[in-house]
Design a protein around this ligand. Structure first.
Ligand code: SF4
Length: 350
């Protein structure tokens, strides 16, 4: 796919837009000021493959968290600011790498200029982050609160404030819980400007529904070449957001490395407990940081053939399992040993 051409911004060591790969973000959900929990969660996110971590900054405790994270962990941090411009400036002084803030919400433009001056001094970009809940009353009245046009107009107003104060180090998000609205809003914005876009479906739901909605919304846009960084919002542990985001990027060949799993849906030809086997393989692969495509198939009739693009795989065969590599059977094993034997063979690949 051809990706939309955008300006590039830098969030610490991670680039967003331009020629940079699509990055993955998540957000801490630890209690304000709980430094230990914030460090633990950030380490877990980084190990899971997160590129950028955001945290809500509301008080002195949040600033302590920023300082501790900057000291302990090498990962770019974003401060999420609602209305308090002083917190934006304090976050920048504490070492934050990006600020998410809507300039129209922090009072007069003198305050905006103060934030801009602090951001410029340290090369900190600002994300204008609009969602359907934050659309201004007059826009909601004209376009409806949940319209794509309203989201774009709201974001445009905030962007214009930054631009007329000579600030262009900008990323944009336009999040809606409704997937169609979100897709339309990002498409409209992509035609209007060349700032990098941060994609997300807001309030997407718990892991199952949230992952599906995010995969559709984020995936549709990425498939069109739109989108430079993504956050899958789930009502779950933040590391689950990273797992989902990585699968979205891998499905579109936008993220190299890491394992890929192919598994068949099973049918009457299947003679092993393939559903349990596939779940176990999926769980084990989630901790494997190797670029390998693994197939888990139900029968020899179609299994190896259908999964011929896999590096290695297993297929059920009359209550036993066959391990195949590059489409050719290399071993017959007992059903209860299928997973162990498969991972022994995967280990030999590296
Ligand atoms: S691989 Fe075999 S068991 Fe699986 S769906 Fe295809 S035919 Fe059925």
């Amino acid at each position: 796919m051809t990706r939309r051409k955008t300006k590039a911004i830098k969030v610490g060591k991670i680039g967003i837009g331009g020629e940079y790969p699509v990055s993955i973000q998540s957000m801490l959900n630890t209690k304000n000021g709980d430094v230990k929990a914030a460090i633990e969660q950030t380490v877990a996110l980084k190990e899971a493959g997160c590129d950028i971590v955001r945290l809500a900054v509301t008080d002195e405790g949040s600033l302590e968290v920023i300082k501790a994270l900057k000291k302990e962990i090498d990962i770019p941090l974003v401060a999420d600011i609602q209305f308090d411009y002083k917190m934006a400036i304090a976050s920048i002084e504490a070492g934050i790498d990006k600020v998410r803030l809507n300039p129209g919400n922090i009072g007069n433009e003198r305050r905006v200029r103060e934030v801009i001056a602090a951001a410029k001094e340290r090369n900190i970009p600002i994300r204008v982050g609009v969602n359907t809940g934050s659309v201004s009353l007059d826009i909601a009245k004209e376009y409806g609160r949940y319209s794509a046009e309203g989201l774009v107009l709201e974001a445009t107003r905030h962007i214009e404030i930054l631009e007329r104060n000579n600030f262009n180090d900008i990323a944009i998000s336009l999040k809606a819980s409704d997937v169609s609205t979100m897709i339309k809003a990002y498409r409209l914005m992509a035609e209007k400007c060349d700032y990098p876009l941060h994609l997300g479906v807001t309030e997407a739901g718990p892991a199952y529904t949230g992952t599906i909605k995010s995969a559709i919304g984020i995936g549709a846009l990425l498939a069109d070449g739109i989108g430079d960084t993504i956050r899958v919002s789930l009502t779950d542990k933040p590391v689950e957001e990273i797992r989902a985001a990585k699968e979205i990027l891998k499905a579109l060949d936008l993220r190299e490395g890491g394992p890929k799993l192919i598994s068949c849906p099973t049918c009457s030809r299947c003679s092993v407990d393939l559903i349990s086997i596939a779940k176990e393989v999926e769980k084990l692969l989630s901790t494997l940081n190797k670029a390998v495509t693994v197939a888990v198939m139900g029968c020899v009739v179609n299994g190896p053939g259908e999964a011929s693009n896999a590096d290695i795989g297993i297929t059920g065969a009359n209550g036993e399992g066959l391990i195949f590599k590059d489409g050719k059977v290399i071993k017959r094993v007992k059903e209860e040993n299928i997973v162990d034997e498969l991972f022994n063979e995967i280990d030999k690949l590296f």
